[in-house]
Design a protein around this ligand. Structure first.
Ligand SMILES: [Zn+2]
Length: 400
């Protein structure tokens, strides 16, 4: 054991009285050593010191594979950190930036990123494959004016399944065909999606037995967009005085009434006093929520007709357009009678994805982004016990 100038401890490890070494190719053991080479792995710290393991790795002559390196148990082939350090970096990276985790564990950024990738990939490979009845197909945008991605998710368990750039029909079809196994596809009864034509076509091609359900979350999103358009019409295109009134109220207005509290309520009410039509549009959006309390198709239809009637004489073309749009998609909206899609899950997946994207600004690598999304939505660590399971220190060698 020796200490380097930078405070790292270098620990040389040896395996005593071992004559046969395991081939990294096939796992057979042999005693024919061709050459040896000193290699290093970063390992868990000792006291205040970061630790580097130094081990003389053999290159062996395997009868089946030819010349191969010896398999070591504490690290993956080609990895520069031990498996147990990889584990800690991998878990840390899910709650802090890679650069922080790298500093914390005394490794370079690149090493930390590779460790994280390997950790997540192994977690994903070894967990149980689910067969959800309901899946979601959704678009996400990374920041304003940036390109779109299509996300495929399991809306029963609330987990991301796949991710592709772009939101075309070809992309969606590829996701459905390639990221789901045949068994998974045949288990699907409903696809929860926005009224985005390419997605509808893709579902029609790839999943003939599944029905489309337009979920509450997306329908209300369209309603909020219409409401926002009303706000723009009323405040921003009608002179400076009104514009001052409406400035900075967008988020307040888009929030649901039940989530607005205290002084914010008064602020919203003042806004409504200034403009009746905005108030009417707001009420119409709030009422739309009741659509999902109906249990029959005629019920939904008569609710929508009533909603339409309330629109009349209001001169709210944006809301009228929304109404036409909803009526056109009435079958998909009413499909929730037959498929108890968990709308809350759809919304929470969306929120989690946005949070991960915000944290992973500038992440170019699609593979690790998908793994991160899977981890974040699957919530594998929910309790202290889960954390222990992921952070349990594995022994360097098994007793073989
Ligand atoms: Zn071999």
């Amino acid at each position: 054991m020796e200490e380097e100038a930078n405070g790292r401890l270098v620990i040389r490890i040896e395996r005593r009285s071992v004559r046969r070494y395991t081939c990294s190719g096939c796992g057979r053991r042999t005693g024919r050593v061709r050459s040896t080479r000193d290699r290093t792995w970063d390992d868990l710290p000792w006291a205040a010191h970061h630790v580097t393991l130094l081990y003389r790795q053999r290159r062996i002559v395997c009868r089946h594979c030819g010349i191969r390196t010896e398999r070591i148990e504490f690290a993956d082939p080609k990895a520069r950190v031990t498996r147990r350090l990889r584990q800690q970096i991998g878990v840390d990276c899910q709650s802090m930036p890679t650069s922080h985790a790298a500093v914390r564990h005394g490794v370079s950024w690149g090493k930390a990123r590779r460790a994280e990738n390997a950790f997540l990939a192994e977690w994903d490979r070894t967990r149980v494959k689910r067969q959800p009845r309901h899946i979601g197909l959704d678009e996400i945008q990374r920041g304003k004016g940036q390109r779109f991605w299509t996300v495929l998710s399991d809306v029963v368990h609330g987990e991301v399944i796949g991710l592709r750039q772009d939101r075309s029909e070809a992309t969606a079809t590829a996701l459905l065909a390639e990221d789901l196994t045949g068994r998974q596809r045949s288990a699907i009864t409903a696809v929860c999606t926005d009224m985005h034509r390419p997605y509808l076509n893709a579902v029609g091609t790839a999943l003939q037995n599944a029905e489309i359900v337009f979920d509450k979350f997306h329908v209300l999103q369209h309603a909020s967009a219409a409401l926002d358009e009303v706000r723009r019409q009323e405040f921003f295109r009608s002179g400076a005085v009104m514009r001052e009134h409406g400035r900075g109220k967008r988020w307040l207005l888009l929030r649901r009434w039940k989530t607005v509290r205290g002084s914010k309520r008064a602020e919203l009410q003042a806004l409504f006093v200034a403009n009746r039509r905005l108030f009417k549009a707001y009420v119409l959006r709030e009422q739309l929520d009741r659509l999902w309390t109906y249990k029959t198709r005629p019920g939904v239809l008569s609710f929508l007709m009533g909603w339409f009637k309330a629109l009349r004489w209001q001169r709210l073309p944006e809301m009228e357009r929304l109404g036409d749009f909803l009526l056109k998609h009435i079958n998909g909206i009413a499909a929730f009678f037959d498929h108890a899609v968990r709308f809350g899950v759809v919304e929470s997946i969306n929120t989690t994805i946005k949070a991960v994207l915000r944290r992973a600004r500038g992440m170019r690598d699609e593979e690790i982004l998908l793994l991160k999304l899977k981890w974040a939505t699957a919530h594998p660590i929910r309790s202290a016990r889960d954390l222990m399971r992921f952070l349990t220190v594995q022994p360097q060698y098994s007793k073989r």
